[in-house]
Design a protein around this ligand. Structure first.
Ligand code: PAF
Length: 272
């Protein structure tokens, strides 16, 4: 695996590969990798000749209350995990913004509610950095995780609206044995909070099976009862999406409400 840190070197490498007729599958990340990320990398492996993974903690998607400087950055560990997966390129830029940058990519519909409501400016940061990364890595296909459902919706809309020449693949959420969605933020949970955390998936799964009229209210009340501070529970297309705090940690999850893509039997059993 080769590590590239210069944006222009990244773009040169990508152009050379394209000229040689090789396809690029891309997984953008902010590092602190876990099995969920590695499942995206494995998916990418099957989709392109070459796999590029980026690790860049993007400052513009953090809001002022969030601690950008404290976000975990275990780069040596991450690099060895990616090496083991046979990734060709780790793109690890130090900075992707000019000091006087004044051009942004902003989606103005799907990014406004839910996480966009609680974290103003977050999706503008995400769409801007993802566009930059696409322009540098030139992927044929890019893989995103379903756990960040709204991010997937917003990026899908952006790719459509801006005619970006990349195919998006949304890969299913990987879960711990007790059903908790894998996330870098799980590391922030205290042991007590970690023990409570699987209730988010459990309650969402149970709510998804309830009549549409009572689903979201029931989920909100049930989450509050077991100790979550609920940010939102909302139905978005065929998914029931939620964000809820345990202490200072904001957890995200979403489940399908259409029967054909319900969680597997094993996961439903774990959620009981
Ligand atoms: O999902 C993430 O880790 C980030 O939002 C992304 C897509 C890498 C952009 O910084």
């Amino acid at each position: 695996m080769k590590t590239i840190s210069s944006p222009s070197a990244m773009q040169r490498w990508a152009l050379t590969q394209k000229k040689a007729g090789r396809s690029i599958a891309f997984v953008p990340t902010m590092g602190a990798l876990h099995e969920g990320h590695l499942s995206l990398v494995r998916r990418a492996r099957a989709l392109g000749d070459l796999v590029v993974v980026s690790i860049y903690v993007n400052p513009t998607q953090f809001d002022p209350k969030e601690d950008f400087s404290k976000y975990p950055r275990p780069i040596q560990r991450d690099a060895s995990l990616l090496r083991r997966e046979g990734v060709e390129i780790l793109f690890h830029p130090a900075n992707l913004y000019e000091p006087d940058a004044s051009t942004w990519v902003k989606e103005t519909d799907l990014s406004t509610g839910r996480c966009g409501g609680t974290r103003p400016g977050h999706f503008k940061g995400v769409t801007t950095v993802v566009t930059k990364l696409f322009n540098l890595v030139l992927p044929d296909v890019a893989v995103f995780g379903q756990k960040d459902a709204q991010q997937c919706e917003v990026i899908t809309r952006m790719v459509r609206d801006l005619c970006l020449p990349v195919r998006l693949v949304i890969a299913p959420t990987l879960r711990e044995r007790d059903g908790l969605a894998m996330s870098s933020r799980n590391a922030y949970l205290t042991p007590e909070e970690r023990a409570m955390a699987p209730a988010l998936f459990k309650i969402l799964s149970a709510a998804a099976a309830r009549p549409a009229t009572s689903r979201t209210v029931w989920a909100r009340e049930s989450l509050a009862q077991v100790g979550f501070r609920v940010d939102y529970v909302e139905e978005c297309g065929s998914r029931l999406c939620a964000a809820a705090f345990l202490g200072k940690t904001r957890l995200l999850d979403n489940v399908s409400i259409s029967p054909e893509t319900r969680p597997s039997k094993k996961l439903r059993r774990a959620a009981r």
